[in-house]
Design a protein around this ligand. Structure first.
Ligand code: ZN
Length: 45
């Protein structure tokens, strides 16, 4: 799961909420970063 960060209100938004449309659910900004990805299980490839 990826966590987006809104450039407008700096809130973190889960990818579940921006799956269909990349827009902040809080301020409506379309500018979202994708700064980090939550790695639930890191395995050596
Ligand atoms: Zn926002």
């Amino acid at each position: 799961m990826a966590i987006y960060e809104c450039l407008g209100c700096k809130r973190s938004i889960e990818s579940e909420n921006v799956k269909r449309r990349v827009r902040c659910q809080y301020c409506g900004s379309k500018l979202l970063l994708k700064p980090r990805i939550i790695a639930t299980n890191i395995e050596a490839i």
